[in-house]
Design a protein around this ligand. Structure first.
Ligand code: NAP
Ligand code: FE
Length: 367
């Protein structure tokens, strides 16, 4: 049996309406920094609800987190937090505000800028406690030690055991307001986490069980949510599967698929999950090439394909094109995409050697 480590320090509160119980779930902190996006938490009422539910506390709202949060944003949020003797950080929103909340919690108790820590500097002090409240069902950030920060046109992953959230409140009601495209894109992100985690060289028998469960749920339930966005039961399942995907990548990290998707997001503003979906069939094709039919990798790929039948069709039926030219991407983009992908840590855990020309060929095929 393969050896493994298991560390999941996040207390999880899952269920319809659980957000309403937040006041009873919080530690005794009085001064709280709330990190959220620019629009959706106001439009769907979740930010106002949070203010009402925590009216006994002093809340400082930082509502400047953009999609794919930038360095400047987390540094700015951290400066405000530092000046205000914050005791606790809440991230409310999708992966972007949740990731920003983690970075701000770390910077609030440590000197310097986020770039120092992205470049490998170790923090001296323990970050502030973090509570994550997802309003998308995709990143699983509420249960991981990971955050992704964008520096110009490069997305950089950051992992630190100390930014595991203390509490994750998963209330599927908060995901009801997602329009169809965001539901699909974030759901496909969750799917890619579980697929990549299943194929990662860090996968274990334990993470495999969780990954397969998550993949099966998304296959069944995501199309139901697309058909009827008010289907709370299906929304619950997708949020649950997304959390499972978070458990998986907290152990296995993500592989070449996430790496290939990043430049699509930074250069063409294709949302994160959609970018993964667009590249998914091409990654399968690359991983399958030259493998013996009974190799362990081939067997794993076959078991995913058995669940889906045609995975390309599954992605296309959700409204995601798997042809890069449909997004305006051309051959001329490939060199800068390859440069962005080459050297990423994701390649180290990909279950097959990846050469620079492989990356180029995958993009060429995907055009
Ligand atoms: P997001 O960037 O947080 O949000 C996408 C869009 O959805 C935004 O316009 C947001 O609005 C809106 N939105 C969020 N919740 C909504 C709701 N309930 N109703 C209506 N609209 C809503 O998207 P995401 O896919 O969840 O997160 C993506 C980020 O997470 C990327 O930076 C990605 O790299 C990162 N990520 C992190 C991990 C990890 O392990 N930490 C894993 C995968 C991906 P507002 O902007 O107004 O809030
Ligand atoms: Fe992701």
């Amino acid at each position: 049996m393969k050896e493994f480590k298991y560390f999941s320090p996040t207390k999880i509160i899952f269920g319809e309406g659980k957000f309403q119980e937040i006041a009873n779930l919080l530690p005794s902190a009085k001064k709280i920094f709330v990190v959220t996006g620019k629009h959706s938490s106001k439009a769907n009422g979740s930010l106002d609800s949070l203010k009402t539910l925590l009216k006994e506390k002093t809340l400082l709202i930082f509502d400047e987190v953009e999609e794919n949060p930038g360095l400047e944003t987390v540094n700015k949020g951290a400066n405000i937090a530092r000046k205000n003797e914050i005791e606790l950080v809440i991230g409310l929103g999708g992966g972007s505000p949740m990731d920003a909340a983690k970075c701000i919690a770390l910077l609030a108790t440590n000197d310097g800028l986020m770039e120092n820590y992205l470049n490998g500097e170790k923090n001296n002090s323990v970050p502030l406690p973090i509570i994550e409240i997802p309003t998308t069902a995709g990143t699983g950030s509420e249960v991981t030690q990971h955050a992704v920060i964008t520096i110009g046109s490069h997305k950089k992953g950051f992992s630190n055991q100390e930014i595991f959230p203390k509490i994750a409140i998963l209330d599927p009601m908060l995901t009801l307001s997602m329009p169809q495209n965001i539901t699909v894109n974030t759901g496909v992100d969750a799917l890619s986490h579980s697929i990549e985690g299943y194929l990662s060289i860090l996968a274990t028998q334990e993470s495999d069980k969780v990954a397969i469960e998550s993949i099966k749920i998304i296959k069944e339930e995501l199309p139901k949510v697309v058909q009827d966005g008010k289907n709370i039961e299906a929304r619950s399942h997708v949020l649950y599967a997304s959390m499972l995907g978070g458990f998986v990548i907290s152990r296995t990290r993500t592989i070449i698929l996430h790496a290939l998707g990043y430049p699509l997001t930074t250069f063409y503003r294709i949302p994160h999950g959609k970018a993964n979906g667009a590249m998914l069939p091409w990654v399968f094709e690359f991983l399958k090439k030259g493998e013996h039919t009974n190799s362990p990798l081939q067997e794993k790929i076959s078991s995913i394909l058995e669940i889906f039948g045609d995975i390309n069709k599954f992605i296309n039926d959700l409204g995601i094109s798997t042809k890069l030219s449909d997004y305006g991407i051309t051959r001329d983009d490939i060199p800068r995409f390859v440069k962005d992908v080459w050297g990423r840590r994701n390649l180290e855990v990909t279950p097959k050697e990846v050469k620079q020309e492989d990356i180029e060929n995958i993009y060429k095929k995907a055009l």
